[in-house]
Design a protein around this ligand. Structure first.
Ligand SMILES: [Zn+2]
Length: 322
């Protein structure tokens, strides 16, 4: 078993560990509302989802640009370095995967000013190693100097076959980031994870995923082929499964932002009245779903629940087009 997760803060600001309020490290949007820099449905009156946290710099050069180093928070392997700021709304960004954790989460560092020389896909990094300099790069919005920040994410990625899904969307621009495109990434709440770890409520990511609350439970008759997501994150299975051992599909629990965090294999006979590929919503936590209106996970028509747009996208990425 893996030991307790040891994780550092991605910037030199010690405010979180000193127990200071979020104003001491969170960079708000132009709204000035500090919560807008947190994770969740924190923007546009609660309707827009922010998949990470925004952290402001402590030091700047004479031009007012940030000089704070950015650190890898855990040991890991660099998977993606995007050096051209115009290629992503993340600007210059780095993704690191952490095979020492269960599940092997990724961390993402965005809007960087500069990336440490020599850092490339495949580079192994140590916990606390400097990987970049904080900045304000982005392809879509000009982030003003005053709001330079690190966008920091922790999460899991959905599909090896991401490119097939991407091509089918007809976005009109090529995917420059392979599987490390933001659309293939699902972030959890980094600040909540740090808080739970500090409070001792969880010891590692496995604990953290186990205490996620199901907002939607769904069954899908996906056939015997196992989605690579469950292959890569076997700890998210609730019961061990032998490959192709009569598995006809899955019962999956999704948290409030649609992360498929608990997978139970179903025998083909348990899905006898399902059409191939059919998905049925079994249960919805309506109070939580309402609270997280930045995500459309389930919608009710004529008294029947079905997957909402955001959940449907997750299902398409996990199982292929339906
Ligand atoms: Zn952000």
């Amino acid at each position: 078993m893996a030991g307790r997760t040891e994780i550092v803060w991605p910037t030199p600001n010690t405010a979180f560990f000193d127990g200071k309020p979020i104003e001491a490290f969170i960079q708000p949007t132009a709204s000035g509302i500090v919560e807008s820099g947190l994770y969740g449905g924190v923007r546009n009156g609660g309707t827009r989802f922010h998949e990470g946290i925004d952290l402001f710099p402590l030091k700047r050069d004479r031009q007012g640009e940030p000089v704070d180093p950015v650190f890898a928070v855990m040991p890991g392997v660099v998977r993606h370095v995007s050096t051209l700021p115009g290629n992503s709304s993340y600007g210059r960004y780095i993704v690191i995967e952490h095979p020492g954790e269960t599940p092997a989460v990724y961390t993402l560092y965005a809007h960087l000013r500069a990336i440490e020389p020599g850092l490339a896909a495949g580079t192994e990094v140590a916990r606390g190693q400097r990987i970049a300099t904080m900045g304000r790069s982005s392809s879509v919005i000009a982030i003003p100097k005053a709001r330079a920040h690190l966008h920091f994410e922790i999460g899991v990625w959905l599909a090896r076959d991401f490119q097939r899904w991407y091509d089918a969307q007809k976005f009109g621009s090529p995917n420059m980031h392979g599987i490390w495109n933001g659309l293939n990434l699902m972030g959890l709440d980094p600040l909540d994870f740090y808080r739970c770890l500090r409070a001792g409520g969880v010891a590692d990511f496995q604990d953290y995923f186990r205490q996620m609350k199901p907002v939607v439970r769904l069954r899908i008759a996906s056939g015997s082929r196992m989605p690579d997501f469950v292959e890569r994150y076997p700890s998210l299975r609730t019961t061990p499964v032998q490959a192709a051992d009569g598995v006809g599909g899955w019962e999956i629990a999704f948290n409030e932002t649609g992360i498929p965090f608990a997978w139970t294999p179903l025998q083909a006979h348990e899905l006898a009245d399902y059409k191939p590929g059919e998905a049925r919503v079994l249960a919805v936590d309506e109070a939580l779903a309402k609270k997280w209106r930045c995500k459309s996970l389930a919608v009710k028509t004529r008294g029947q629940w079905r997957a909402g747009d955001d959940l449907d996208t997750v299902l398409q990425l996990l199982f292929g087009p339906r």
